[in-house]
Each structure stands twice: as C-alpha cells, then as structure tokens.
Ligand binder design. Structure first.
Ligand code: ADP
Ligand code: MG
Length: 439
C-alpha cells in the first residue's frame, strides 16, 4: 500500500533510521478505504508496543497527509507469511512457530527438553516406559492434568521417541477433535471403510484431549471399536485428557472402562524449582539470558500454567531482540508489568513485612532492627527476598524500608534465600506458604 510507504517515510523524520526499525517493519498495511486505514501486526505484544510507542505519530502523519478525518486502526493478524518479507531474518525468532514433522508430531516436544519434577515424575516415567516398549509396558496409558501443564508435550515426546527408535512404525497422532472431524467427513462421503482401515491398522495411536469426545455418540462408538482392535493386537494407545475418565461427562460406560484399563497418570502443578528449571531450559533454547532473579520472579508470578510462563519468556525475548536492550530484573518487571499486575494486586513491602512477621511470630519492628539473632535475621532475609521478588522495589529502596540497611545487605539476603530455596525444601515451603497467605 503506497499510502503506508508514504507514512513510513515521514516517520523516518521522527525516528531516525526507520528502515531498520524492526517495529515498523512488522506493520502490515491491510486497507485504506473511506479514510479508514487498517494496519495489522502479528501478535498482541506488538499491538501493545506499537500503540504505546508509534500510534500517535502514525495518526499525526496520516492526518497531515490525508486530512483530519483519517482514522487509523491496528488489528492483529496471526498469519506469519504476511510478515515474513518484512521481518528481518534475525528478528524472526521473536515470533515462535511450532514445527511439525511428516506425521504431524510437534518436533520440539521431546523428552530431552521435558523437565521432570515432583509434579510430573510419574507421568513422565510412565510415558518413557511406553515409548521404549510400545504395546508392552502400560496399555492404554491415560495421562490427565490441567491446562498448560505439559500433556501435549509429553504425548508428542512419546511419538517422537518411537519414531526415532523404531523407524517405519505406523504412528497416528491427533487430537480427539480431529478424530471427530475426520469421522464426520468420512461419514458424509460414505467412506467409512477407508476411515477404519487407517485407524485400525496403526501401531501406535496417540490421542490428545480425549475429553472432547464427550457427548459425541458416533465418535465414541467408533473409538470403542478402534480401541478394541488395536488393543487385541497389542498396539500401543495413549490418551491425554484434562480430567479423569470418570469425570468426563456424557461418555459411554464401556469406553470409560477401556480408558481405565491400563495405567492412569496425572500431571500436577509444578513447584517453584520445577518452574525455574523449565524457564531456564526454555531460555537456553530461545537463546535469551535469564538470570536466577528473573527466573524466580517469573516462577513466583505464574499461578499454574506453563504456557503462561512461556508467554512471559516470549515477550521478554521479543523485547530484547527488537530493542537490543539488555535484560535485567527491572527491565523484565517493566516489560511484563501489564501482564503480571493485572492478575495480582501489587503487594507493598509493608504487606510482606507484616506477613513474614506474623508467620514467624515476631514483631515487624524486629525485622527493621539490627538484631542478629537467627530467629530474627532469617525471617528478615526471607522478607527481603519476597520484597525483591514480589514488588518493583530496587535493592536500595528495600534497604531503606528495612530500617535503613545498606543495599549490599539486601543483595546478600536475596542471594542467600535463592540458594537456600534450591537446596532446602523446607525453606521453599515457608516462602511459598507466606506468599500464598498474602494471596
Ligand atoms: P497441555 O497440553 O497440558 O495444555 P502443553 O503440553 O501444551 O500443555 O504445555 C504447554 C507448554 O508448556 C508447552 O510449550 C510445553 O512445551 C511447556 N511445558 C509443559 N510442561 C513442561 C515441562 N515439564 N518441561 C518443559 N516444558 C514444559
Ligand atoms: Mg494440550
């Protein structure tokens, strides 16, 4: 759109070097009709960024060029290909894509980058056993757990592992939703023989989000017969679900009992260290530097969902790639503030001091004092750690609020507690309990 090119040129008067400004190159001109200009960007992060930093200038220039009635609207269009030309190659990784292989398995979802902790060690051990001995270890394997806790990842890991170690074996991986749609299409085209031929002749059947089959009688019937055929021939079947078989509503008894026949393994919400380990692994893969302080900050500020954690990382990564600003905890807090503040009310250092003092049954004034007895210095260190993790305060600010301590004392305390959390689960529990108590 020439109009947009013209505006971009004008913008270079405002921002030097506009042609190299990655933010402007990710804007895609969509239309300019009746004085209404529509521009698209690839995701909500870019949308927010462009709104906050460029929109007013874009509007100003549009108005001066085309008159005061011009309106500019920014929308999100997720289609990658409309931006690929524009986005400089080095910046592309700011918009991650999930690559699949020829049978539809997500390539990056493998055991090697699946972090195992208390919350998922049973499910992950069972999955590995199944991947190593398909049809022999546990059949079916039924994995269940909440949203964003790694079910799809581990299901793909099973598939990828089998694919790699037993090349040529016939693996089918799909969501229950795809199964249902496929069934509908084959029914419509009167090609059910073909449908059965495909599903009943595979060696490994991996079905994601089986709860989707609830209420769909015809699909349940077909699934039941598929299951029986495969099971009798010792073919491996793995299901994932967001709930237990008995909690899936409107599902035939006979199918439910099939789901329960083998091994049922759950994935729970990860604890803090597991979250930190996941963050570090992802950061390593994405090539961004995340120090312990940022990792803990992210871990403490997510409720349960790992996808949410990844969202934070993607945003940090996009920010550093596009602005070339070096990441530190303050930058991270700033970049994520709109996401994180929305969910948690902002705690103050006083809130934290009160909660910590109450937990250890000491006085707030003890926390602010110079007393060195362990039963006071330890809670003080925890309170400093929490202040650093849960508020935006800098080290010197925290020092001031703890009875004018030097910032090096605060840094020492924060590091000490971070280390203790990693090595001593009782410390971790105390910190989590206090944090929970503050809600
Ligand atoms: P679910 O299918 O349970 O909703 P996903 O498998 O899609 O969740 O996981 C959400 C994201 O979190 C994925 O990108 C996945 O790679 C990541 N993830 C989840 N659990 C782990 C883990 N234990 N280690 C590493 N990454 C994980
Ligand atoms: Mg999933």
């Amino acid at each position: 759109m020439e109009v947009w090119e013209k505006i971009k040129k004008e913008l270079s008067a405002v921002y030097s070097d506009t042609n190299n400004d990655p933010w402007l190159t990710i804007i895609n001109p969509v239309s300019f009709i009746d004085n209404h200009m529509v521009l698209s960007v690839p995701d909500d992060f870019s949308l927010e960024w462009i709104r906050n930093h460029y929109q007013s200038d874009i509007i100003k220039i549009a108005k001066s060029s085309f008159g005061d009635t011009v309106e500019v609207e920014l929308i999100i269009d997720h289609r990658e290909d409309i931006y690929t030309d524009a986005v400089p190659s080095g910046e592309k990784k700011a918009f991650p894509v999930l690559e699949t292989n020829s049978i539809g398995l997500l390539k990056n979802y493998i055991f090697d980058n699946y972090i195992v902790g208390e919350s998922n060690k049973f499910a992950s051990a069972a999955s590995l056993a199944v991947a190593q001995n398909p049809g022999k270890a546990y059949n079916p394997l039924f994995i269940y757990g909440g949203v964003g806790l790694g079910k799809t990842h581990i299901l793909n890991a099973i598939g990828n592992y089998i694919e790699e170690t037993k090349g040529g074996i016939n693996i089918i991986y799909l969501t229950a939703e795809t199964f249902v749609n496929d069934l509908v299409n084959h029914l419509r085209d009167k090609k059910m023989d073909q449908f059965r031929e495909v599903y009943r002749n595979c060696d490994v059947l991996l079905i994601d989000d089986i709860q989707f089959i609830s209420n769909k009688e015809r699909s349940q019937e077909e699934m039941f017969h598929t299951f029986n055929t495969l099971y009798q021939e010792n073919k491996q079947i793995v299901f994932t679900s967001d709930r237990l078989p008995k909690e899936i509503p409107n599902i035939e008894e006979r199918l439910k009992s099939r789901f329960e026949m083998g091994l049922i393994a759950d994935i729970q919400v990860p604890d803090i260290e597991t979250k930190v380990a996941i963050i570090k692994k992802k950061a390593e893969t994405d090539n961004i530097e995340i120090d312990d302080e940022i990792a803990f900050y992210l871990a403490y500020n997510t409720q349960s969902n790992i996808r949410e954690l990844e969202g934070y990382l993607t945003r940090l990564s996009a920010y550093t790639v596009l602005t070339k600003i070096k990441l530190n905890i303050n930058v991270a807090k700033e970049v994520l503030s709109s996401l994180i503040r929305k969910k948690d009310k902002w705690l103050t250092i006083e809130d934290i001091q009160r909660a910590v003092a109450a937990h250890f049954k000491i006085k707030v004034s003890d926390l602010l004092s110079d007393k060195r007895m362990k039963y006071i210095s330890y809670p003080r260190q925890i309170a400093m750690f929490l202040s650093r993790t849960l508020t935006n305060a800098s080290f010197p600010e925290i020092g001031v609020q703890f009875g004018n301590k030097d910032h090096s004392t605060v840094i020492h305390s924060v590091n000490k507690i971070s280390d203790m959390i990693k090595n001593d689960s009782s410390v971790k529990e105390v910190v989590e309990k206090i944090k929970k108590g503050m809600g």
